[in-house]
Ligand binder design. Structure first.
Ligand SMILES: Nc1ncnc2c1ncn2[C@@H]1O[C@H](COP(=O)(O)OP(=O)(O)OP(=O)(O)O)[C@@H](O)[C@H]1O
Ligand SMILES: [Mg+2]
Length: 155
């Protein structure tokens, strides 16, 4: 049975409102889950990850990965991986192993600027798409993957 998807369309009118949405999303993530963040420059992807990481118990500053493609943080229950593939998206995406080093079943992963091919391969728990909607307004779409229900074993 193919995965099903549930889509929520939300609107944010401030960085604080985006942070509240991020905290609610974070509540629904468990180790092994990956959230992909799509949208133009400055729409709030890193701000969202920062607020989600805070909600998950990260106490150190969360900054855009600059010299590496990703950063790791300690949270309450697990580690958090934050990747920014912007520069990789500009070149041919060479090696999926680059992200595998960061994204493990024990961590919750957040990936900005995912390559299209990666979106399918990573089976993200949620894809968050940001759009500018004037001034501080943003449209934020959450596309959740719904795994098919487990069928009871035959008796
Ligand atoms: N409603 C909003 N939600 C989120 N950020 C907002 C909002 N309104 C204004 N901002 C501002 O927009 C900027 C978003 O920057 P941020 O680095 O989070 O974007 P980004 O999508 O990660 O950009 P990039 O593509 O460069 O990585 C911040 O300066 C933030 O304060
Ligand atoms: Mg960013």
């Amino acid at each position: 049975m193919p995965d099903q998807q549930l889509t929520e369309r939300l609107r944010s009118d401030s960085p604080r409102a985006t942070a509240e949405i991020a905290a609610k999303v974070a509540d629904r993530l468990v180790p092994g889950d990956v959230a992909l963040l799509r949208g133009e420059l400055g729409t709030g992807k890193t701000s969202f990850v920062r607020a989600a990481a805070r909600a998950l118990g990260v106490e150190t500053p969360v900054t855009s990965p600059t010299f590496a493609i990703g950063n790791l943080y300690s949270a309450s229950q697990c580690e958090i991986a934050h990747l920014d593939l912007y520069r990789l998206a500009e070149i041919e995406f060479a090696d999926e192993a680059v992200v595998d080093d960061f994204l493990t079943p024990e961590r919750i992963g957040f990936v900005e600027w995912p390559h299209d091919q990666l979106e399918a391969e990573l089976l993200p728990r949620v894809v968050v798409t940001f759009e500018h909607a004037g001034d501080d307004d943003r449209e934020i779409e959450l596309r959740w993957r719904q795994d098919p229900p487990d069928w009871p074993d035959d008796v």
